[in-house]
Write a protein that binds this ligand. Structure first.
Ligand code: ZN
Length: 405
């Protein structure tokens, strides 16, 4: 029998006004009741009633750090950040990452588990359950603090039903994540594509918070994008929007897992970097990678190429620059398709940072249609390796915090 977790004593906040006030305190707090009323155009008694409820449910606390304008110091309101936690899961191709964050998206705990090779539906769901139980049972984390669980899953996801429709790395269809985790843990469970959760995380807590039109590009073993349009994730008609890993860059390029040739991810994802390095090394190119892998080219992966580049290895630096130029073509296509204010590059390959950015910027400079297109801000992810998992936590927070339109 599985362990059941008791729901917290809070009520799910269904009132729009309550959520708007909560979000205002989150984004602008410490803030006074009067300022909330002014900015939301709600009446002072409405604000006062809702604030009373937010204080009694412990989402909000009163502080007295306001600056006095002559009389007594005004009482200000702030988010009770560590009173509630959310749990986020990032399901990659080889590993699952699990994080615990507070109401400000700050990392409180984390762990990771390897995914079995050629996993079944049960393998995936059991690994998820195991990691979640591990964090919920940790002495560091009080179970009753948890508001819910968010899952960022690679591939095509139906966020409404909480189902992974197709996970290409596992070749699995229709994994009922939401249903199984809700039964196991008796909490809110939200499921979304991992590139979209990364984008959501950056929008709330990272480099995206001033950009309502932006894209997050997740470059790891595959490549995916989360597109934010007017502050909302864009899914398209069948949840396919953002599959930029499979836009064709080179008609006669390498064959992709999807069956087509020359997809962006066959040129710029982690395995593609390793493959190109192996091919050139076998052909005799000079590089310190030979020493790093002690002559065994099967050990070459993206990480080793990056390590070599850090040691000023000309071959590796050029390889990562070239990867950046391929990514730059993909990003130029995105700029010309949706004209975002900012593009945030995250995922494992983004660790190569500067080496990639040189190639990306060079390509956008030479191919951008207008000066404005060329000026599009391209930045590396702020949340780093836990970005998708922290963004999965935001899926839960979104249930409690709503922005005023
Ligand atoms: Zn493809």
């Amino acid at each position: 029998m599985s362990t059941k977790y008791k729901r917290g004593s809070f009520q799910l906040m269904k009132s729009m006004n309550r959520s708007i006030i909560l979000n205002m305190i989150r984004e602008e707090g410490p803030i006074s009741r009067a300022d909330i009323a002014k900015q939301t155009r709600l009446t002072p008694p409405t604000v006062s009633n809702i604030v009373k409820e937010l204080i009694s449910t412990q989402f909000v606390i009163e502080t007295t750090q306001g600056v006095s304008k002559g009389g007594r110091k005004p009482t200000l309101l702030a988010i009770n950040a560590d009173q509630f936690y959310t749990l986020g899961v990032d399901v990659g191709t080889l590993q699952m990452k699990f994080v615990v964050t507070n109401l400000y998206g700050q990392l409180k705990d984390h762990t990771s588990l390897d995914i079995a090779p050629f996993p079944s539906h049960e393998d995936i769901l059991n690994t998820m359950k195991k990691g979640i139980h591990q964090l919920l049972n940790s002495e560091k984390n009080e179970k009753e603090k948890f508001l819910g669980i968010g899952v960022g899953m690679h591939g095509i996801v139906d966020p409404g039903e909480g189902v992974s429709l197709f996970a290409p790395a596992f070749q699995l269809h229709n994994i009922p994540i939401k249903q199984v985790l809700e039964e196991e843990f008796d909490m809110i469970v939200k499921v979304e594509n991992d590139a979209r959760t990364m984008t959501l995380g950056e929008y709330w807590f990272g480099h995206g918070n001033d950009a309502d039109n932006m894209v997050g590009v997740n470059v790891g073993n595959g490549i995916g994008a989360g597109m934010m349009v007017k502050g909302r994730l864009f899914h398209g008609e069948n949840n396919l929007a953002g599959e930029i890993g499979h836009i064709t860059i080179d008609l006669s390029g390498p064959r992709c897992t999807c069956g087509n040739y020359g997809c962006l991810q066959t040129l710029a994802a982690g395995p593609a970097i390793a493959e190109r390095a192996k091919k050139d090394l076998k052909a005799g190119r000079a590089s310190i990678i030979r020493d790093l892998v002690e002559g065994d080219f099967e050990k070459v992966d993206g990480k080793i190429v990056y390590e070599a580049a850090m040691q000023n290895d000309e071959f590796s630096i050029e390889l990562l620059n070239q990867t950046g130029r391929y990514l730059g073509i993909g990003l130029t296509n995105l700029i010309h398709t949706m004209n975002p204010k900012r593009i945030i590059v995250g995922g494992g390959v983004s660790k190569a940072g500067r080496f990639l950015m040189d190639g990306i910027e060079e390509t956008i400079q030479s191919r951008g249609l207008t000066e404005k297109a060329k000026e599009t801000s391209i930045v590396l992810s702020k949340l780093g390796e836990h970005g998708s998992a922290i963004g999965a936590c935001v899926l839960v927070l979104e249930e409690f915090f709503v922005r005023q339109e």
